[in-house]
Design a protein around this ligand. Structure first.
Ligand code: SF4
Length: 443
């Protein structure tokens, strides 16, 4: 059991968990390989949030069944939320599977893989104390380090499986997180992104999320700090003050709205109403200059009336988010809302979704158009995949900026003038002299 192929589905928390698993496996002497047909074991790190993600994983398992026919010794494992969520069904119905490991079983992954080579193994216990705070992840190269600050969730939104698949909220101690940030910065990761299901509810001993932001702001080598996803109910005045006062904390917040109707928010158990949400948005914009906001919205939640949908549409126009992730409601087994009758047809959900997408695209385009001629500071990530003469990176407001290669290296900041826009990208011209191409004399 030497070579492991690891594939990740779902959210950034899962990407960070894969980095954690990669660190655990490499410290045990195992090697990560880029292709499943080169591996002794394959692990799918899965997501149970949406039905679509589950179907993709089941399809992939079908492909691994073929691989296993050629190589019967291959160990096939499923990790993550889907493992936790569908543990029984996976082991019962997917004979291809040798290992099912839930989000709290990664510490022992090398041993579990070895055991699964003999007989199927399921390690799906939720552990109220496991945070992996002491384990170093193997971070994917780049400018950005994802630092998980908490695991699990205590909010129990009625449509969401996370509290059941990842367990109750546990925060990693401040000292462990500062050490992780220092370690990442020392290895050249100059942007830190704190991750948690409700990242701003992080607290440990007497420290809260505002203290964590201030502590990270003091770490040498860190240029930018971001976090995702905060919960509106935990966006306290202390957190907003820390954002305003810490120069490395970037002016962008992804603040999930979900619905513009108080009744629907209550049915979702989101724990805030529209007055509270409006108040948080107003405070963020008042305290943090050039604050950019993005959001999530679900349309077609059970019982959502046309009038309630219109409230969501109206609020998106009022709030003018820079961007939004818009979804159709998808009922997930084991959640409270799963038992509620679906009152909005798929066609109607589709109509509502298309309307919001069109409206939001127009708003995003207007906001980006207003930046024409402005100067933005870009943290360069790499050369553009599409055009090797262009660089790309993110502005402080987390907008993707593509601009002519001026010799700025990944991890360096560039000053760029915005000369073109789309609803999702800014096109720029460097304010530094472009890279000098050496003259070649022939003959
Ligand atoms: S806050 Fe709600 S939607 Fe987010 S992870 Fe927790 S239960 Fe799920």
């Amino acid at each position: 059991m030497k070579r492991v192929f690891l594939e990740t589905y779902g959210c950034q928390m899962n990407v960070a968990d894969s980095e954690l698993m990669a660190g655990v496996l490499e410290r045990a002497g195992m090697e990560l390989v880029p292709r499943p047909d080169e591996a002794d074991a394959v692990i799918l790190n899965t997501c149970a949030i949406r039905e679509h993600a589950e179907l993709r994983v089941l399809g992939r398992l079908g492909e691994f069944a073929h691989l296993k026919m050629k190589n019967p010794a291959l160990v096939v494992g499923v990790a993550g939320c889907m493992a936790q969520h569908l543990r029984k069904k996976l082991l019962d119905t997917k004979r291809v599977l040798d290992l099912v490991v839930g989000p709290d079983g990664y510490r022992d992954l090398p041993n579990l893989l070895k055991s699964a080579a003999g007989a199927p193994v399921a390690e799906i216990r939720l552990d109220r104390d496991e945070t992996y705070g002491d384990l170093e992840p193997k971070r994917v190269a780049g400018v950005r380090a994802w630092v998980t600050v908490q695991r699990g969730c205590d909010k129990f939104c009625t449509y969401c499986v996370v509290p059941y698949t990842r367990g109750r909220e546990r925060s990693i101690p401040l000292a462990d997180l500062v050490r992780q940030v220092e370690h990442a910065a020392a290895r050249g990761f100059c942007e830190i992104v704190f991750l948690g299901q409700t990242v701003n509810s992080w607290k440990h001993d007497t420290n809260d999320f505002a203290d964590l932001l201030r502590a990270a702001n003091g770490v040498a080598g860190v240029k930018r700090i971001r976090f995702t996803s905060p919960h509106p109910s935990d966006m306290t005045d202390r957190v907003i003050a820390a954002m305003a006062e810490c120069e490395k904390v970037m002016p962008h917040v992804h603040l999930p709205l979900q619905s513009g109707s108080d009744r629907v928010l209550d049915a979702m158990n989101r724990t805030y109403d529209m007055a509270t949400f409006r108040d948080v948005v107003a405070k963020l914009r008042a305290r943090v200059p050039k604050m950019a906001l993005s959001t999530d919205v679900i349309v077609g939640f059970p019982g959502e009336t046309e009038e309630e949908f219109e409230m969501t549409s109206a609020y998106l126009k009022e709030a003018r988010f820079d961007s939004a992730f818009l979804f159709k409601y998808s009922a997930r087994p084991d959640t409270k809302a799963f038992k509620w009758p679906e009152t909005v047809t798929e066609d109607e959900k589709g109509r509502r979704l298309t309307r919001l997408i069109d409206e939001q695209m127009a708003i995003s385009a207007e906001i980006n158009d207003a930046l024409l001629g402005a100067e933005v500071e870009v943290l360069v990530e790499n050369v553009s995949h599409r055009d090797g003469t262009q660089l790309y990176g993110k502005s402080a407001e987390f907008k993707t900026v593509v601009f002519t290669d001026d010799g700025t290296q990944p991890g360096e900041l560039a000053r760029v003038k915005v000369v073109g826009t789309t609803p999702v990208t800014l096109l720029g011209e460097s304010l530094k002299k472009p890279r000098q191409v050496p003259l070649v004399t022939i003959g």
